[in-house]
Design a binder for this molecule. Structure first.
Ligand SMILES: Nc1nc2c(ncn2[C@@H]2O[C@H](COP(=O)(O)OP(=O)(O)OP(=O)(O)O)[C@@H](O)[C@H]2O)c(=O)[nH]1
Length: 415
C-alpha cells in the first residue's frame, strides 16, 4: 500500500456513525503523538487491536513493549489507523442531494468502508424517527449511490474515453485505470475487477449502459470492500432485522455492534466505576471488586445488568473492536514491526521493544515496505528478520513471516 490505509465510516444520518467513531477513536491509555503526516478535519485516528509481536517472544511479561504510537497491554497492541467520517449520505446523494457530492468526493481516498446500519428499524432512510423500517433498504441504496456517482462521472465522458481508447490502442485495464485513478485506484484493482467479469464483457467500444454498470460494480468490490456494522443491536427489534440481512448477504462481512454501549462502558471505566476490558464481555463493578471500584447507584447497576444480558453475554462483546478488525481483514492488513536491533527487538533507545509498527497489505514485498517506511531517498543495503536471517527485497510479508524487519541503510554517498 503506497500510503497509510484509510477506512471510511459511512451510513445514513442517525445510524450511529459518530457514536461508533467516538468509540473507535477514544484512546483510554497514554497514547503517543499523532503519527500521520497530514490529517483532514474529517479524519480521526482509530486504534486497531492486534496480537503484538512482544507476546510471541515473551516480552509482554517484562513490560518492555512501549509503542511509539498507540499502546500495548498484556500483548494486545493498539495500532493507529486513519478513519474517515463520511457523514451526510442520503438517497439521491449522487445527484447532489443533501450535499451528497461533497461527501462522495471525500470517499475517494477510502480503502475500505464500514457501513453503519441501524438495525433497530427506528430511523428511516433519511434518519428520521419511525418504527418498523427495513434496514435492508439502506444497504441497497447506499451501494447504489456510490455506484451511480462513479457511473455518472464515467458516462459524462464516455464518448471521449472510447475515442481515446481506440486511438491509443490501449488495453481495457489501462483505459479504465486512467478513469478510476481519481478514486486512488491501482491497476491491480481494475485488473481484478475485470477478471471477475471475464471475457463476456467484450471490447470496450461495444459496452452498453448495462455493461458499464457491471464494470463499476466489480470495481467497487475491489476499491471499496465493505464491512457492515449492524448497529443498535441492543434494541429489541434488532434480532429479526439482523437475521434478514445475514440471509440476504451471506457473503458480506458483518459485525453486530452496540456503539452506544461501548461509549457508556468506556466512560464508566475511565471514571473508575467499572473495570471494562475493551472488545470482551468482561465488566466488573463494585459488586465484584469493592476495594478498587467506586460504588454505583442501583439504576446504573441495573443498566449494566441489562447490557450484560442483552449485549455482552449474548454476542460476546459490543462488536466495536471487532468491526475495525473486520475492516482491516478485508484489506488484508498485516502489522509489520521495524526494529534497530534484530536480536533484542529494541529501537533507538535500546530498552523498549517493538517501538514501531506499520500496517501493510499482506504479500507486500519487504523492499516495498522499506520504501514505504523510509522513503525512496535512502538505499537499503540489507534487510534482516528474526535470528538475523537475511530477507530478500522480493520476500512477501505476512503474519509471523517477515513481519519483524530490520533495515540496514547504506551510508549516503558524499556529494
Ligand atoms: N440503542 C442504541 N442507540 C445508538 C447506538 N449507537 C448510536 N445510537 C444513538 O443513535 C442516535 C444517532 O447516533 P449518531 O452517532 O449521532 O448518528 P450519526 O450516524 O453520526 O448521525 P448524523 O450525525 O446525523 O449523520 C443517537 O441518539 C445515539 O445515541 C447503539 O448502539 N444503540
Amino acid at each position: 500500500m503506497p500510503r497509510d490505509p484509510l477506512i471510511g465510516i459511512v451510513g445514513k444520518p442517525s445510524s450511529g456513525k459518530s457514536t461508533l467513531l467516538n468509540s473507535l477513536t477514544d484512546a483510554n491509555a497514554a497514547v503517543g503523538a499523532f503519527p500521520f503526516c497530514t490529517i483532514e478535519p474529517n479524519q480521526a485516528t482509530g486504534y486497531l487491536e492486534v496480537p503484538c509481536a512482544c507476546s510471541r517472544f515473551g516480552k509482554d511479561k517484562e513490560a518492555l513493549c512501549k509503542p511509539n504510537y498507540g499502546w500495548c497491554t498484556g500483548g494486545k497492541r493498539h495500532v493507529p489507523i486513519m478513519l474517515l467520517d463520511v457523514a451526510g449520505l442520503v438517497p439521491g446523494a449522487h445527484s447532489g442531494r443533501g450535499l451528497g457530492n461533497k461527501f462522495l468526493d471525500d470517499l475517494r481516498h477510502a480503502d475500505a468502508l464500514i457501513h453503519v446500519v441501524d438495525v433497530s428499524g427506528t430511523t428511516d432512510a433519511e434518519g428520521k424517527n419511525t418504527r418498523g423500517y427495513d434496514p435492508i433498504n439502506d444497504i441497497e441504496w447506499l451501494q447504489d449511490e456510490i455506484r451511480l456517482w462513479i457511473e455518472g462521472n464515467l458516462k459524462k465522458r464516455w464518448g471521449s474515453i472510447v475515442r481515446r481508447h481506440t486511438a491509443t490502442k490501449s488495453s481495457i485495464v489501462d483505459t479504465m485505470q486512467t478513469q478510476f485513478g481519481g478514486y486512488s485506484s491501482q491497476t491491480w484493482m481494475v485488473q481484478k475487477a475485470l477478471d471477475r467479469l471475464g471475457p463476456s464483457i467484450g471490447p470496450l467500444e461495444s459496452w452498453d449502459d448495462q455493461t458499464i454498470t457491471k464494470v463499476v460494480r466489480a470495481f467497487m468490490m475491489e476499491k471499496f470492500p465493505t464491512v457492515l456494522a449492524l448497529n443498535k443491536m441492543d434494541h429489541a427489534d434488532a434480532d429479526k432485522n439482523v437475521s434478514k440481512i445475514m440471509l440476504k448477504y451471506p457473503n458480506v462481512k458483518s459485525v453486530l455492534t452496540s456503539a452506544l454501549t461501548e461509549i457508556f462502558l468506556r466512560k464508566l471505566n475511565k471514571q473508575g466505576f467499572v473495570h471494562y476490558e475493551e472488545g470482551t464481555e468482561f465488566v466488573d463493578t463494585c459488586e465484584d471488586d469493592p476495594v478498587n471500584l467506586k460504588p454505583l447507584d442501583d439504576k446504573v447497576l441495573a443498566r449494566i445488568e441489562d447490557i450484560r444480558d442483552l449485549v455482552l453475554y449474548r454476542f460476546g462483546s459490543t462488536g466495536v473492536v471487532q468491526v475495525l478488525q473486520a475492516a482491516a481483514s478485508v484489506l488484508q492488513l498485516v502489522p509489520v514491526y521495524t526494529v534497530k536491533n534484530i536480536q533484542s527487538f529494541t529501537g533507538g533507545n535500546g530498552t523498549n521493544v517493538f517501538r514501531d509498527c506499520f500496517l501493510v497489505k499482506r504479500g507486500t514485498p519487504a523492499g516495498a515496505v522499506a520504501r514505504y517506511i523510509l522513503g525512496t531517498e535512502v538505499t537499503v543495503a540489507a534487510i534482516e528478520t528474526v535470528g538475523g536471517v537475511r530477507v530478500s527485497e522480493d520476500a512477501p510479508v505476512d503474519v509471523k513471516q517477515n513481519d519483524i524487519l530490520c533495515f540496514k541503510v547504506a551510508p549516503r554517498a558524499k556529494a
